[in-house]
Design a binder for this molecule. Structure first.
Ligand SMILES: [Zn+2]
Length: 543
């Protein structure tokens, strides 16, 4: 899973089947197969599978040969590997970036964090500053943060995240669109400041622990990097003590604002700030490329051949951490070798079914998720299957396969007719479905299904739930192992849970593929109205 938001926002079961299936009808899964995939993909020799590295390419070859072994052909367009052209950018080490607030200078990696620019090699940007609360421009969702403010040509200070109590999928989505909202209002920069909520979700010390990674974006046909909001030229993330400097002489103290923001529904109002802000940043831009690895299972109903169901897992992780003492390899066993293992086993099992699902199923191991969902975004915009469109997405990302989970959180279920389909599958599998227990994490926008949501395609993404001891294990994974070298094969994996998780996602994908009608957004879904305004919609089913 991506580390969100903070920096990215700137730019960037076998609970036995209800009826026992007769042999040959239901896919067979073996715990040992999952273990084998994770052992290989999370091996030290792959050095953490960072985008653009040999370790990633080796992982891609592995996935391709597993697809070959399953008898799954590549889709017709482009073949087994979809090449993704990219631009990588690193901050200059000789001229580190600086942020000056009033007269006070902040250096990168102290109280301020910055990314390299993928658009401009050399920048010196100076502007007035405006505070705009959470910076969300969505009056019909109760957030009208720019009302009465002029942010044109200015740098805008935003509270990180979204108002407490806003539904998690909507909040995560709106928070991820801040740069676009800023651009629409003519702003040129974003300073995102830490709140109590964001500090809880991802403490500043953890953010500092992440070494500078190159910023990456996929390259457009003209060779320039694709950015959703290219006119928002600069950005930084500040901790609360540093952000005090912005509020010198302001009508309200930052402490007061943060306290209001920490109350349910708290939406501090914006105002112009006194100090001017100056950014200087030198970035080194380099083109490179990476691959998505693809396999297609043709459907059994020729009339539905144009409606593809996509099962997708990101293959990349975040590579080595050169600054770390001892083990430097962040193997990403859970994040996301485990998800790829599930993808590979479901692909193998489905390919072996005597009766194939009606719609075709595209299996994709995608690149660059950790750099901002790049591979999935490229796949969403550059279809890989001839004469067909993706009609639904099931994403597999970071399943916490460390306990016998008995419930799942289904992100996206509330938005489209995928909800009842998933509900039937979970019920058949004997798994409960629970509401999001961690809205502050903004999970909905942090994985690859979201790239397709933004192209108007309904998607779901399952996370193992908090029941049956899950909460402690989940929280411990995030606090201790997530994006660290200890996310490796010696974690206490429960390979039976892998089987359970694969069965559930397999059931869901097949259920979608076998429905008479393709899934559609609900009429009142913000995602449907925003990203698929012309598409047919459905009324919510009565509960
Ligand atoms: Zn991750």
């Amino acid at each position: 899973m991506r580390v969100v938001a903070f920096l990215a926002a700137l730019f960037s079961f076998i609970a036995p089947m209800a009826q026992a299936a007769s042999p040959g009808e239901e896919p067979a899964y073996s715990p040992a197969a999952f273990k084998a995939h994770v052992e290989f993909l999370a091996d030290d020799l792959l050095e953490g599978r960072a985008i653009g590295t040999r370790g990633y390419e080796l992982a891609a070859r592995y996935v391709a040969t597993r697809f070959d072994a399953a008898g799954l052909n590549p889709p017709a367009v482009g073949g087994r590997y979809q090449r993704v052209p990219l631009i990588g950018s690193r901050l200059s080490t000789t001229q580190p970036p600086k942020l000056v607030v009033g007269g006070r200078e902040f250096v990168h990696r102290s109280d301020v964090l910055m990314n390299a620019s993928v658009l401009e090699a050399s920048q010196a940007v100076e502007a007035d500053v405006v505070f705009a609360g959470y910076c969300i421009d969505k009056p019909d969702q109760g957030s009208d943060d720019y009302a009465g403010l002029d942010v044109k040509g200015k740098i805008v200070v935003c509270l990180h995240g979204f108002p407490k109590g806003m539904p998690s999928e909507i909040g995560a989505h709106l928070a991820s669109r801040k740069t676009i909202m800023l651009q629409e209002r003519g702003a040129i920069g974003l300073l995102s400041i830490e709140t109590f909520q964001s500090a809880k979700a991802f403490p500043w010390s953890r953010a500092l622990e992440e070494p500078d990674r190159p910023t990456s974006a996929w390259a457009q046909a003209d060779g320039t990097a694709f950015r959703e909001a290219p006119k928002v030229r600069v950005g930084a993330w500040m901790n609360a003590p540093a952000a005090e400097a912005l509020f010198a002489g302001a009508p309200r103290t930052l402490a007061d604002i943060l306290a209001e923001a920490d109350r349910d529904g708290g939406k501090p109002k914006g105002f112009a700030l006194r100090p001017r802000v100056k950014f200087t940043r030198e970035s080194q831009l380099t083109p490179f490329d990476s691959v998505n690895v693809l396999a297609l299972l043709p459907g059994s109903d020729p009339a539905l051949a144009g409606e593809v169901v996509l099962l997708m897992a990101h293959l990349d992780h975040i590579g080595m951490d050169p600054n770390r003492a001892g083990d430097k390899i962040r193997n990403g066993a859970i994040d996301n070798a485990a998800g790829v293992a599930v993808l590979l086993e479901v692909a193998r099992a489905m390919a072996a079914l005597p009766v194939k699902p009606k719609r075709p199923i595209l299996f994709a191991a995608v690149t660059g998720e950790e750099s901002g969902l790049l591979g999935s975004q490229y796949l969403a915009r550059n279809p890989a299957v001839a004469n067909a469109t993706v009609v639904a997405v099931v994403a597999l990302d970071m399943p916490i396969l460390l306990y016998d989970f008995t419930d799942v959180i289904v992100f996206g279920a509330e938005q489209s007719t995928l909800g009842p389909i998933v509900a039937r599958a979970t019920q058949r599998a004997g798994i409960q479905s629970s509401p999001d227990p961690m809205p502050e994490q903004g999970v909905f926008t942090r994985s690859d299904h979201y790239s397709f949501v933004k192209e108007g395609v309904p998607g779901v993404f399952l996370v193992t739930g908090f029941a049956n001891g899950g909460e402690k294990i989940f929280r411990d994974y995030f606090a201790t192992h997530y994006h660290r070298p200890s996310d490796q094969i010696d974690l206490p994996f429960n390979w039976d849970a892998a089987v359970k998780f694969a069965r559930l996602n397999d059931l869901i994908a097949r259920e979608i593929a076998n429905q008479p009608a393709r899934p559609v957004w609900y009429r009142d879904s913000l995602f449907g109205t925003t990203y698929a305004p012309q598409a047919p919609k459905a009324a919510r089913e009565a509960r």
